[in-house]
Design a protein around this ligand. Structure first.
Ligand SMILES: *Cc1c(COP(=O)(O)O)cnc(C)c1O
Length: 410
């Protein structure tokens, strides 16, 4: 079955008592059992029945199962935010005295998670430019627990060679963890490029319109965790086997102890989002490519950055990995910061807001907002100039959006 069919045909774990065609939302903290033995089995992992909603609830399990079937993963964990999914992934692999080699072009909160939060717990982070493979390779040693990067960086829109990165990682016995938020899994199969663990902010494309926050942690079950320097994963390997150690740590330790499992309300909305993900993505990405091309002809715009444009330095690599429509976000550069702010102030249709892949088009000035607390030197090091405006393109008519851009430039 193709993606579009598969996503609409995933069965519930158990038939609904009323045959509801839409997944019921199980708003309950606890579950009742017919006997002490059944309780014992559920609490000790010998049955699949949920014991308590911090650990599993049927609506969230259904979303996880749908994502598992369409991605071909061995396990999916749905969490309350994209940051929770990233925090779980990096916590599951690392530990005090070990290190993570990460891209220096990351979502701002991922940088501070690594540097500040995991840093104070004794995890060392080594930042590299992931478009320079030698730089990445040189930082890996026998205490390296993972490589972590974004498939298209935001807002720079840099693209790394994912297959080559995975070969470097696997040759050294290290898993590759990718944040794939910018290209949905209906368009990009991370596992085909050697990604071991995929993290996604489902707040973006999957929620289907910025209706709530969510994150997905996807394990393809390919990596041999007996190679990891983490004592926790070594221990798990002995109990559950080499391929399931990561998932076992996430599902039986982190979900229980860190407590950020996706709520059933959000899981319900995200299953609705999944239904229409592919069609929304195509429409939004087609408008993005068309608009980016139109913007190239406007003299006030000094630079248009979208990896789907043939002039883009990452065009070939982007096309080989993500196809002809690499996401629904592009950036433009104007002559100065003042020009960028004035442009944003004059927008009539495109909203002044952060977030990506809402159904509405959104504009933001990254240097003064998402990166507003970094120094100008740090922004320069991360390639975030103050002349850049990021545009996330929604479902509006493309001509209307172009008119809005033109009138705002005047
Ligand atoms: C938004 C975003 C996140 C964080 O996701 P939340 O759901 O807001 O926690 C992480 N990575 C990328 C690339 C993002 O765009």
């Amino acid at each position: 079955m193709k993606y579009e069919t598969k996503v609409l045909t995933t069965k519930y774990q158990k038939p609904d008592a009323y045959g509801a065609l839409s997944m019921p939302v199980y708003l309950t903290a606890a579950f009742e059992f017919p006997s002490a033995k059944a309780m014992n089995d559920a609490f000790c992992g010998r049955s699949m029945d949920p014991s308590y909603a911090r650990i599993a609830n049927p609506t969230t399990t259904y979303l996880e199962e749908r994502v598992r079937q369409i991605t071909g993963a061995v396990s999916v964990t749905a969490l309350n935010t994209g940051m929770a999914a990233i925090a779980y992934a990096l916590t599951a692999v690392s530990g005090a005295g070990l290190n993570i080699v990460a891209s220096k072009h990351l979502f701002g909160n991922s940088v501070s998670l690594l540097r500040d939060t995991l840093g104070t717990l004794g995890v060392e982070v080594r930042f590299a430019d992931f478009t320079h493979l030698k730089e990445v390779e040189a930082l890996i040693d026998d205490k390296t627990t993972a490589l972590f990067f974004e498939v298209i960086t935001n807002p720079q829109l840099f693209v790394a060679d994912i297959k080559a990165l995975s070969e470097i990682a696997h040759a050294k016995g290290v898993p590759l963890i990718a944040d794939t938020t910018v290209v949905p899994f209906s368009a990009f199969r991370a596992v085909d490029f050697g990604v071991d663990i995929e993290v996604v902010s489902s707040t973006k494309y999957i929620s289907g319109g910025g209706t709530g926050l969510g994150g997905l942690l996807i394990d393809y079950g390919k990596f041999d965790w007996s190679q990891s320097p983490s004592p926790a994963l070594q221990g798990r390997t002995k109990r559950v086997g080499k391929k399931l150690a990561f998932t076992a740590r996430v599902k039986t330790e982190l979900v229980t102890n860190l407590g950020a499992l996706m709520t059933p309300q959000v899981a319900y909305m995200e299953t609705l989002g999944l239904d229409t993900l592919d069609i929304r993505f195509h429409r939004q990405a087609e408008t993005t490519l068309w608009l980016a091309k139109q913007c190239q002809a406007l003299p006030e715009i000094k630079r248009v950055n979208y990896t789907g444009l043939e002039e883009n330095p990452f065009y070939e690599l982007s096309k080989a990995q993500f196809g002809p429509l690499p996401g629904a976000v592009f950036t433009i550069d104007l002559a100065s910061k003042e020009a960028a702010w004035a442009f944003i102030d004059r927008l009539q249709i495109i909203r002044r807001a952060t977030n990506l892949f809402d159904r509405k088009s959104l504009a933001i000035h990254p240097a003064s907002t998402i990166f507003g607390l970094f120094t100008p030197e740090q922004c320069a090091e991360m390639s975030v100039p103050d002349t850049t405006i990021r545009l996330s393109i929604g479902l509006e008519d493309g001509e209307d959006l172009l008119e809005d851009i033109k009138q705002s430039l005047k």
